[in-house]
Write a protein of this length. Sequence first.
Length: 225
Amino acid sequence: MTNFWDELESYLHFLRILGVNALPKTKNIKRFLELDLTPPPKSLDDIYVEIKDCKRCKLSRMRNNIVLGDGPENARLMFVGEAPGRDEDLEGKPFVGRAGKLLDQMLAAIDIKRSEVYITNVVKCRPPGNRNPEPDEIEACLPYLTKQIKLIRPAIICTLGLIAAQTVLATQSPLAELRGKIHEVDGIKVVVTYHPAFLLRFPVNKRKAFEDLKLLKKLYDELGN
Ligand code: URA
Ligand code: SF4
């Protein structure tokens, strides 16, 4: 028998997507993917048009540029980071600063070209001082990530860092429990690894990150591109 509370929760989240507010908050992409019945955008340009002047959360007041994402619309692999940093906010592109350079090296290590993957973040505007994005900001921004995922329909998502992992997988579990496994969300395989900025600070974890990348590479090769 379907659990009544699950049903009720689903219904309340469905109402939220229709724009009815004052309902329980979610920062959970899984629910969005499952319950957002609106048609997928036709192109990334459609999403650009929608996000262009976005003021859905307080991060809009401090940004220089919105960083929607970068990469081809037909990418089979999508990386999801946390939020733009200073360089990204100035350039309007994801992962162009120091963490981005390490991400480039991580991709090179598994022989995947940056130009063939789509790269984005959970929130699209820079949090002041690079603080973590707050739950209300994540929630406000999630419809954009949902639309990106629905449009691109990657076969694999690789999350970078705890916030991306917890948001995409709808979990509160620690990263140590989430990495090293293949998860699935709405038919998309999800691999979890450390955030490159975290690896810059704690390089001792690079070895484990490489294990994650090898798992990612294996899945990617299995797609037979
Ligand atoms: N860190 C992120 O999470 N995303 C970026 O785009 C840059 C740094
Ligand atoms: Fe809009 Fe997302 Fe920027 Fe907030 S972070 S203003 S929701 S684009």
